[in-house]
Design a protein around this ligand. Structure first.
Ligand code: HEM
Ligand code: HEM
Length: 280
């Protein structure tokens, strides 16, 4: 198979796979409706996981910047690939967002590992997580009415969030290797420098990796958004500064709003560092 053919295959695979994933999520939401989960959550009962505290402002801000940049990067990236007519604006938008997102990533990693409020432990998958993982999956496929609650994030969330980090690092490295901006004076670009080192085929491979990860992000983010809205809508609202639309905020939620036999069954946890949403 020639190298150019692989490009065509990748386009075909991912543009087919993506609608399949969207359909699967719609099917999953149908499951939420049929099992009554949707009604209990979005209906009058407003039965969502209980949170004792809210996420601190900095991770919220960093996540928000992240979301904005990822949308710009995904959108402009696909535009660069599929519509080469007016690429220049899209390239520049990509260049601006890629620098912001890289700084943002470093900042979030610093926050996770080195700040006073470091939270990397929340993302570590423990032995208990692995032992209880099948139960979490059974909950998501509607076999079990509830899932074990161990910490702020469940095992699937931890896995997804942790996967985002190496993916974005590889995306940044491959991306900078593709950068075509001509430097003044030395009159070369990073892409030309790397092409000199790894050759045209090497650059082609780098571009292919960048393109595959682009789709992985689109897919993972779609699932992540779907679950964040359907599994913990109040945490979603709070995370985007829309907490006033949480029906409970009016009632100043006192007491437990779950554990009356509905199926999201989160054991009432003592206050953790912040919200204990359980979506991936
Ligand atoms: C993290 C830092 C990133 C850097 C440094 C970066 C850099 C670049 C560069 C320099 C190009 C080539 C543009 C051109 O042809 O002039 C490119 C293309 C592209 N980028 Fe990024 N990017 C980054 C993140 C992302 C992300 C997060 C996504 C998707 C969510 C993405 C999706 C794409 C796509 C689809 C292309 C077109 C690839 C192709 O033509 O096959 N990029 N990127
Ligand atoms: C519209 C798009 C998105 C929505 C609505 C969304 C929603 C959320 C929500 C509500 C949380 C909070 C979970 C909690 O604290 O219980 C969260 C956490 C998280 N999201 Fe997203 N997300 C989006 C896009 C993204 C993207 C594009 C990425 C990365 C590429 C990402 C990575 C993460 C990570 C790593 C966390 C863990 C918590 C943190 O960063 O502080 N999200 N997301």
């Amino acid at each position: 198979m020639g190298l150019t053919q692989l490009n065509v295959w990748l386009d075909a695979i991912f543009t087919t796979l993506y609608p399949v994933i969207v359909l699967a999520l719609m099917g999953h939401f149908l499951g939420n409706i049929l099992t009554g989960r949707a009604k209990r959550r979005f209906g009058k009962e407003w039965a969502w996981p209980h949170h004792d505290s809210h996420p601190p402002a900095l991770p919220k801000f960093l996540h928000f910047t992240h979301v904005a940049c990822m949308f710009v990067l995904g959108g402009t990236g696909l535009f660069i690939r599929f519509n080469p007519i007016s690429r220049e604006t899209m390239q520049w938008l990509h260049y601006v967002a890629m620098i912001i997102v890289t700084v943002n990533l470093v900042w979030r990693l610093w926050y996770a590992f080195a700040s006073r409020q470091r939270d990397y432990r929340e993302f570590a998958i423990t032995k208990q997580d692995i032992v209880t993982a099948p139960k979490v999956i059974l909950y998501y496929i509607f076999v079990k009415p509830s899932k074990p609650h161990l910490g702020k994030y469940n095992v699937m969330q931890k896995g997804t969030y942790t996967l985002f980090v190496p993916l974005l690092i590889i995306q940044a490295i491959t991306g900078f290797m593709l950068w075509r901006l001509q430097f003044p004076i030395i009159d070369t670009s990073l892409q030309q420098v790397f092409a000199g080192l790894i050759g045209a085929t090497g650059i082609w491979l780098v571009r292919t990796i960048h393109y595959i990860i682009n789709w992985l992000f689109i897919i993972l983010t779609t699932v992540h958004v779907y679950l964040s809205v359907t599994e913990d809508f109040p945490a979603f609202l709070d995370f985007f500064g829309l907490g006033m639309f949480d029906k409970r905020s009016a009632e100043k939620h006192h007491g437990d709003d779950h554990g009356h036999g509905h199926d999201d069954g989160h054991a009432h946890e003592p206050a953790t560092a912040y919200a204990s949403a359980e979506h991936a």
